[in-house]
Write a protein that binds this ligand. Structure first.
Ligand SMILES: Nc1ncnc2c1ncn2[C@@H]1O[C@H](COP(=O)(O)OP(=O)(O)O)[C@@H](O)[C@H]1O
Ligand SMILES: [Mg+2]
Length: 599
C-alpha cells in the first residue's frame, strides 16, 4: 500500500466534480463572483452550450496581480473575514470555484482593479488543466473577464455526461435568470454567439419597483400585471416578493422561485408550502407563478449544505413554512374577486376578427339580436328567487344602473345570456360572469366560514328522502355520518342498500338530494378511509356547493344577478372557481373599441 497526499491538481479535479457539474454550474459560480465583486453589468457568452467556450465579463471591483494569483489557489477567498461559517453575506465563501474550473478546463483570467493604487495596470493569468502559467500585463477595463475553453477536457468521463447544446444552454439560462431575479439593479446579457438569449437591462428605482419589473421580464409578461405583493415578518425572518393570482397558472411548478438572503435555492419546503396556500384555488395539476425572498439572520440558516450551494437548511423549517403559507393566503384573500387580466386578454384574442373567424362571427350575430334588458325581464317569469341569492341591499333593480357602474367593480347586471352567463356593465367596460362557477365559489366560501365559526347551519327536509345505493356506498356514507353532520348533511343507514337524508346544509337551498348523495358516495370512495373529511374539505364542500349552486341553464332575474355580483365583490377568492378557472372576465371599453377599429 502506498499512502500519499494527492497532488493539488487532482484534488481540484475531484472538487470540480462536485462544484462544477455542468457548464451552467461554471457560469453560475462566475456570475456569483461578479455579483460579489459589486458588478453593475454582467455579460456572458457561450459557445456549444458552454462546452467549448464560456466568457463572463463584469465591471466589478477587479483584482490586483497578487490577488489574481491567490484567487486561483484552492480555498483562497476574500469573503470570510472572520474564521467561521456563521456570517456569510456573499454568494461565494468556499474558495473552490476558480481553482476547480481551472483544473478541468483552459481558463484565462484578466482583471483590473477599479480605482485603487494598482488601478492603472491590468493583469492576466492562464491555467490549463490545473497547470498555472505566469502573470502577465494585459489590456482590460476596470473589472474582470474570465474565459473558460474546453470545459471538462481534463475529465473526459464528465464530458460524456453532458446533454445536447440546447439542453445545456437551457440550464445556463435558468441559472442566470435566477440570479438576475435576485439582483434587479444589475444588468445581464447572455449570448450564444449568434443569438441574445437573455437581455435584462439594469433598472433603477425603489427595490419593489425594480424587483417586479425584473420578475416580469424573466417569468412572464403577464406576471407583473397579475402579481400580489407579499410582505410578512415573524421572529426576525422577513418574507417579501410577489405571487401570481390563481387564474394565472401553469402546468408545472418551474416558475416558483425561492431566494434566501439573495441566494437562489431549490427547496421542497417551498413547493409544499405553496401547494398548501393555493390548495383551495387550483386543480392538482396546475401551478402558481411566484418569487419569494426570505431574509433571515445568517445564523438561522445553513447555506453550507451543498457544494454548489443550491440547497440550504433552515434552523426552524416550521416557522418558514408557516410564514409562507400565511402570507400567501393573506395576499390571496386581500385580492378579493380579482381575476387575472390574462383571462381578458385570452378572451379578446378569441373575439378578435381574423383570429378565429367562426367565433367572431357568432359573437357579432348574437350581439345584434340581443336586447339586453328584455332578456333579463323575460327570465323573471314566475320563479321564486333562489334562497342563497337573496338580493343584497342597494342592488335593487330599480336603482339607477349608473350608480352601480360607478360604485361596484363588477358593475350592474344588464342581461343573462344562454341562461349561463351574466353580462354586466361597469364604469369602463363589461363583465361576463359564469353564474355556475361564481355561485359554486360563493357557496363554498360561505360553508368554510360557517364551518370555522359554529358548524354549518342545517335545514330539516319536510320529507326525509331515501336514496338507494350500492351496499358499499351506503355503508361508506353511514360510517362517516358524524363528519357529514358537521358539514350540514344528516343521514343514516336505511337497510343494507340505502340511506335516508333528514337534514341538508341550509345555504344550499333547493337541491337534488339524490344526485348529491350519489356524488358524495363517489367522493368518499376516492378519499378512502384514512383521511378525515376535514382534511379534504375542499373536495367535499366542492361537491356540496356544486349541487347547491345556480346551475348553468337556470334563469335569473335582475335582482338575482345583481345579488350575485355584489356577493362576489364581498367574498374573498371569488375571482376563480374551486379549480382555478376564472368565474368572470372583464373587457375594458378601450379594448372593445379596439376590436371594432374605433381606436
Ligand atoms: N469577478 C471577480 N471580481 C473580483 N474578484 C473575484 C472575481 N472572481 C473571483 N474573485 C476573487 O477570487 C476569490 C476566489 O473565488 P472563488 O474561487 O469563486 O471562491 P469564493 O467566491 O468562494 O471566494 C474570491 O474570493 C474573490 O476574492
Ligand atoms: Mg465564488
Amino acid at each position: 500500500m502506498t499512502l500519499r497526499r494527492l497532488p493539488e491538481t487532482l484534488v481540484n479535479r475531484i472538487a470540480a466534480g462536485e462544484v462544477i457539474e455542468r457548464p451552467a454550474a461554471a457560469v453560475k459560480e462566475l456570475v456569483e463572483n461578479a455579483l460579489d465583486a459589486g458588478a453593475k453589468q454582467i455579460d456572458v457568452v457561450l459557445r456549444d452550450g458552454g462546452r467549448t467556450f464560456i466568457s463572463v465579463a463584469d465591471d466589478g471591483q477587479g483584482m490586483s496581480g497578487p490577488e489574481i494569483e491567490l484567487a486561483l489557489e484552492r480555498h483562497a477567498t476574500s469573503k470570510l473575514p472572520g474564521d467561521d461559517l456563521v456570517n456569510i453575506a456573499t454568494l461565494g465563501f468556499r474558495g473552490e470555484a476558480l481553482p476547480s474550473i481551472g483544473a478541468v478546463s483552459r481558463l484565462s483570467l484578466a482583471s483590473r482593479v477599479r480605482g485603487g493604487q494598482d488601478g492603472a495596470q491590468a493583469w492576466s493569468l492562464s491555467v490549463e488543466g490545473g497547470r498555472r502559467g505566469a502573470l502577465t500585463p494585459a489590456a482590460q477595463a476596470p473589472g474582470t473577464r474570465i474565459e473558460v475553453r474546453d470545459l471538462f477536457f481534463a475529465t473526459p468521463a464528465r464530458l460524456k455526461f453532458l446533454k445536447t447544446t440546447r439542453t445545456e444552454q437551457g440550464y445556463v439560462l435558468d441559472a442566470m435568470q435566477r440570479l438576475a431575479m435576485a439582483h434587479p439593479r444589475v444588468g445581464f446579457t447572455l449570448f450564444d454567439g449568434t443569438r441574445k438569449l437573455l437581455h435584462l437591462p439594469s433598472t433603477q428605482g425603489a427595490l419593489n419597483y425594480t424587483r417586479l419589473a425584473r420578475l416580469g421580464a424573466v417569468m412572464a409578461r403577464d406576471f407583473a400585471a397579475n402579481a400580489l405583493p407579499i410582505e410578512a415578518e415573524r421572529e426576525g425572518v422577513k418574507l417579501s416578493g410577489y405571487i401570481g393570482l390563481p387564474t394565472l397558472n401553469r402546468g408545472n411548478a418551474r416558475h416558483q422561485y425561492l431566494f434566501v438572503n439573495g441566494r437562489p435555492v431549490r427547496d421542497k419546503l417551498l413547493h409544499g408550502a405553496v401547494r398548501g396556500a393555493y390548495h383551495d384555488f387550483l386543480a392538482h395539476d396546475r401551478h402558481a407563478l411566484l418569487a419569494l425572498f426570505l431574509d433571515l439572520p445568517a445564523e438561522a440558516v445553513d447555506v453550507n449544505v451543498h457544494p454548489a450551494k443550491a440547497e440550504v437548511r433552515f434552523r426552524d423549517p416550521g416557522l418558514i413554512r408557516g410564514l409562507i403559507v400565511g402570507a400567501c393566503r393573506h395576499a390571496l384573500a386581500e385580492a378579493g374577486h380579482r381575476a387575472s387580466s390574462s383571462v381578458a386578454q385570452a378572451a379578446l384574442g378569441a373575439f378578435r376578427p381574423g383570429h378565429n373567424p367562426g367565433v367572431a362571427q357568432t359573437w357579432r350575430a348574437r350581439a345584434g339580436g340581443v336586447a339586453p334588458r328584455g332578456l333579463a325581464e323575460t327570465s323573471l317569469a314566475g320563479q321564486a328567487p333562489l334562497p342563497a341569492l337573496a338580493a343584497a341591499p342597494g342592488a335593487a333593480a330599480d336603482q339607477a344602473p349608473e350608480n352601480l357602474d360607478a360604485d361596484y367593480p363588477l358593475g350592474a347586471a344588464r342581461a343573462q345570456v344562454h341562461e349561463t352567463y351574466v353580462v354586466a356593465q361597469t364604469a369602463d367596460g363589461i363583465v361576463i360572469v359564469d353564474q355556475h362557477a361564481a355561485h359554486e365559489r360563493l357557496v363554498y366560501e360561505d360553508m368554510k366560514q360557517q364551518m370555522a365559526a359554529q358548524g354549518v347551519t342545517r335545514q330539516a327536509l319536510l320529507m326525509p328522502e331515501v336514496v338507494e345505493l350500492e351496499p358499499e356506498a351506503a355503508a361508506r356514507l353511514s360510517e362517516r355520518s358524524e363528519e357529514l353532520a358537521a358539514l350540514g348533511l344528516v343521514l343514516e343507514a336505511f337497510g343494507p342498500g340505502a340511506v335516508v337524508v333528514r337534514e341538508v346544509p341550509a345555504l344550499l337551498g333547493d337541491l337534488d338530494v339524490q344526485g348529491l348523495v350519489r356524488d358524495l358516495a363517489d367522493e368518499l370512495a376516492e378519499i378512502g378511509q384514512s383521511l378525515a373529511l376535514k382534511e379534504r374539505l375542499q373536495e367535499v364542500c366542492g361537491t356540496l356547493a356544486c349541487h347547491g349552486s345556480v346551475r348553468a341553464g337556470r334563469r335569473l332575474n335582475v335582482d338575482e344577478m345583481n345579488a350575485l355580483l355584489r356577493q362576489m365583490e364581498a367574498t374573498p377568492h371569488s375571482g376563480q372557481c374551486n379549480h382555478g378557472r376564472p368565474t368572470y372576465v372583464e373587457l375594458k371599453l378601450a379594448d372593445i373599441e379596439r376590436l371594432f377599429g374605433r381606436r
